[in-house]
Every structure is written in C-alpha cells, then in structure tokens.
Design a protein around this ligand. Sequence first.
Ligand code: 13P
Length: 252
Amino acid sequence: MRKKVFIANWKMNYDFHETTFFIRNLLKIVFERKINHNKEIILAPSFPFLHISNQILQGTNLNIAAQNIHHKDKGSYTGEVSAYMLKSIGVKNVILGHSERREFFFEENNVLSEKIKIALKYDLNIIFCVGESFYERSNDQQFHIVKHQLKETVFQCSSDKIKSFYIAYEPIWAIGTGKTATFEQAQTMHKFIRNLFLEKYGESISNKISILYGGSLNDINAKDFFYQKDIDGGLIGNSSLKLEKFLKIVQS
Ligand code: 13P
C-alpha cells in the first residue's frame, strides 16, 4: 500500500515571517489532530528559508524540498544554488521539471537530465514533474508528450535509482488556472505512467512509485482525485498557501 504524499509548492511566495509562522502553525495542528499518520508531508519554501524551515521541522516526520537546483556541482554560476549546498543544510528533496521552470527558464530535457544526475549524486529525492500543454491535449498528444518527457530524463536512470523519485503529473493548462483535469483524465494518465514504469523497470518498481497529481487541486476537489487507484497524493500550489485549505487537502 503506497503512502499518500502531499507536497506544498509555495513557488515565489512568502517571506521569512510568513514561512516560519505557517510551518509552526501547521506542525501544531498536525500533531493535535494526528493527521500525519501514514501520510507524507513535504513543504517547498524558497531557497532563503530552507534552512530555518528544516530546523523547525527537526524531529518530526515532515520534510522540506527545494524548488530547483543548478545542474553543475559548483563554480562560476552567479545567482545559482547547487545540490551540494542544499545537502549541507539537510535538504533531502528537490522539485525538478516543473512546467514553470521549463517555460520561463527554458529548462529542456537534456538540462533536466543533468539536474537529475547531480541530485542523485547528493542523495536528494526528486519530485519530477511531467505534463502536457493545452494545445497538446487538444491534439490528443498528451500520452506521447509525457512518455517523451520521461524517456529523456527519468528513464535514463538505472532501476536502483528509481526509489529516489516521485512523479508529479501536472497538466500545464490546469496549473494556477482553476481548471483541473477531471479525476478520470488524471487517473488515465497516472495509469499510463505506471504502465511505462512497468514496461521499463518491472512490477515491483511500478507498484511502488508514487505518482502525484498537480493542477488547481483544492480542498473541495482533492478527495475525488485521491480516491483514484493510481493517484498517490498531490503537488499543490495556490491551495497550499492557506493553512486550513492545505490541511483539508491532506485530510481528504
Ligand atoms: P496550483 O495548485 O496553483 O494549480 O499549482 C500547481 C503546481 O504548479 C504545483 O507545483
């Protein structure tokens, strides 16, 4: 039985005070209501607040994730942050392949493949995002696109590395738009992705890999998604910025 995983991707929101206030309150409620049982909760604040967030979460089973890393180990890359640095402050997870990184920072599969290598070198777990655009779905290319994204990145890894991955299916047209995929559309894609893992790595890995849905998840629609056989949790943007909404999603 796969644990349900809930990842709050705060993107470029929240300053120091908002971040720490949120995490302290979240922790208090999670333990009062005992809602982390058999659930994994990961928070992805901005780089400057990863260290303090990790300190607040010490001794709990909640974790943090970075929203990005550079694809090189170290060197003259002004403004960038490496896996090596994140490792030194206790970060264990990183989000890679997010469509906002692909679109606004021109990250393509070859760079993502390098990022995967460096993340694995520093033992980071990878929340790897895939998903099609509205145009691609309109032309019924979603399966082809997602397969291609995986083939050029995650599927370059040997089977012993796959335990470090979570896959997040985030249809681009559903991110921050209020327009979700239907849970049937999501389940169909999740099953398709699980089958790709089956073909490539066999049954044990395909049964174990967590495949999360992301794209306008909220406290109202979440349970319809999490009820589906192949949807193992969510990667949540906007609705993770409101404590009660996020908690309701985790409790769905
Ligand atoms: P929204 O939940 O705001 O649509 O964002 C989803 C997302 O991009 C999470 O990574």
